[in-house]
Write a protein that binds this ligand. Structure first.
Ligand SMILES: Cc1cc2nc3c(=O)[nH]c(=O)nc-3n(C[C@H](O)[C@H](O)[C@H](O)COP(=O)(O)OP(=O)(O)OC[C@H]3O[C@@H](n4cnc5c(N)ncnc54)[C@H](O)[C@@H]3O)c2cc1C
Length: 468
């Protein structure tokens, strides 16, 4: 065992929360040690989440567009997919980004240590990697150890049963693929594998796909997947699973009653915070039964010198939330006034069409008893959408009837996620729908649909006929 070393500030986990925290702290003059169990930086997001999924979704979109350009008088013939080349391309993108992060760490003199960190007591931890175990004491720590996929209990060990990490390895394109869970990750996997040629069935326990999103917007995504040949069973529970030599069979009850036979199954039923994986108790850290380390708005845990950020602090488990929290933790730990206090964290399913929302949904406003009004602009009336071969979509704004203040928004359509940025700024600035309607939006753009939805709420829209 090596001699104990000391870190001024140690960050555990180099995902979007951890590397943002480490880099911001280094920029503030701190001496930082960044520990991650994997050799590359970037965490789940870069290595096995956000980035590889978006690379494959890009390929899926190109395949779909090429398949559907026939009515424009263009045909490419049947696409040939070289799965090994596609996998290599995806890996090259991931590697470019993780290598870039390593360079950024070097330039900031952040010391990166590869190994699994476990608290061994108050203000000390052990790191076990490939070499001898290292022992560290620390002045402050930021825990950013992320989350892991939830495994359904009672399922057999079988290499045809994948989690999202295995699915993104692109081991094979199964002829029949069942996806248990129709949330954002499940829907993105369905979009990818349907484009690559799998016959996909999605099984979702809630009564809509993308639970938590506006039902009519989620319905547009369901309809699009259905049109691509995907079977979608909502309000359906998998009650038994059997693996034979030739297939994996799921027995379903509820909205769909019967069996779904598949050559591979993806479990996409959520993620669990990794609080149990860092020896939290040894450091005296409070930890909830679901693995979450609770924090306040300054990302402080119950221990004055230990902070936590990202997925390990609970929902919403999103990279951009982790990054913002990481910066807050680094700033607070370095004596600056900072806090993470926003209700506006955008959610995006990068499906085709994309489904994007920010702020409270109508269901959340209803249950909170907050009065609201909704206005929609259908993308069937958007010149830019039609001229770009776009699919069904809509822009929906929610505002307060009392003062016209924007409360939230949902956009569904190609590129919807990018439109959310301007809406997010409007929400943070406390804009009214008049502010949005009176802002000149360029024509023809998809961003116009936001202004049109605002105009529709005010009764000033000319691009649709509205009778009173
Ligand atoms: C398939 C998929 C697609 C996704 N797509 C998106 C998306 O498009 N947009 C989005 O916002 N979010 C997306 N997410 C979620 C996003 O990846 C996470 O919210 C984000 O990575 C969380 O960042 P984090 O810093 O909290 O932790 P993570 O990224 O989970 O990183 C935690 C790191 O800690 C390390 N670690 C864990 N325990 C220890 C230990 N004891 N010692 C040392 N190191 C340890 C792990 O090796 C890991 O590298 C996706 C997730 C998945 C699975």
């Amino acid at each position: 065992m090596s001699e104990k070393q000391h870190a001024d500030l140690v960050v555990i986990g180099a995902g979007p929360g951890g590397y943002a925290a480490a880099f911001r702290a280094a920029d503030l003059g701190r001496s930082v040690v960044l520990v991650d169990a994997r050799v590359t930086l970037g965490g789940v997001c870069l290595n096995e989440g956000c980035i590889p999924s978006k690379a494959l979704l890009h390929a899926a979109r190109v395949l779909h567009e090429a398949d559907n350009i026939g009515e424009w008088g263009i045909s490419f013939g049947k696409a040939k997919i070289d799965i090994d080349a596609l996998r290599k391309r995806k890996e090259a993108i991931v590697s470019q980004l993780t290598t870039g992060l390593a360079q950024l760490a070097r330039r900031r003199k952040v010391r990166c240590v590869a190994g699994r960190a476990v608290f061994t007591g108050i203000d000390e931890l052990a790191v076990s990697g490939t070499g001898a175990e290292e022992r560290w004491s620390f002045g402050q720590a930021i825990v950013a150890a992320g989350s892991s996929p939830v495994r359904l209990p009672g399922w057999p060990e079988d290499d045809r049963i994948w989690d999202s990490t295995a699915a993104l390895e692109l081991r094979a394109v199964p002829r029949r693929l069942a996806i248990v869970g129709g949330g954002i990750i499940g829907l993105e996997m369905a979009t990818i594998y349907a484009a690559l040629g799998s016959s996909v069935t999605v099984i979702e326990l809630a009564d809509q796909v993308a639970p938590g999103a506006e039902p009519d917007a989620a319905e547009l995504v369901r309809a699009s997947l259905k049109a691509r040949g995907c079977g979608i069973h909502v309000a359906t529970r998998v009650v038994a699973v059997a693996a034979s030599a030739s297939e994996v069979t799921l027995l379903c009850e509820g909205g769909f009653v019967g069996e779904v036979a598949a050559d591979a199954v993806i479990q996409a039923v959520g993620r669990r915070a990794n609080g149990g994986a860092v020896g939290a108790q040894a450091a005296g850290l409070a930890i909830e039964a679901n693995g979450v380390i609770p924090v306040d708005s300054q990302c402080r845990t119950n221990r004055a010198n230990i902070f936590a950020v990202g997925d390990i602090t609970g929902a919403p488990m999103l990279a951009h939330r982790a990054t913002h929290q990481g910066k807050v933790a680094a700033e607070v730990a370095s004596g600056h006034a900072a806090a993470f206090d926003t209700a506006f964290i955008p959610s995006i399913a990068y499906t085709d069409p994309e489904l994007a929302w920010v702020g409270p949904t109508t269901a959340q406003l209803k249950s909170a008893g907050i009065p609201f009004k909704v206005s929609r602009f259908p993308w069937a009336a958007s010149g830019r959408n039609l001229a770009s071969g776009g699919s069904d979509g809509q822009t929906m704004l929610i505002h307060s009837p009392d003062n016209l203040r924007l409360l939230g928004a949902t956009v569904v359509g190609p590129g919807a996620g990018e439109l959310l940025a301007a809406i997010g700024v409007a929400l943070e600035m406390g804009s009214t729908i008049s502010d949005i309607a009176l802002t000149v939006h360029a024509h023809p753009t998809l961003s116009e649909t936001v202004a049109f939805a605002a105009e529709r709420a005010l009764g000033t829209l000319t691009d649709l006929y509205q009778h009173s």
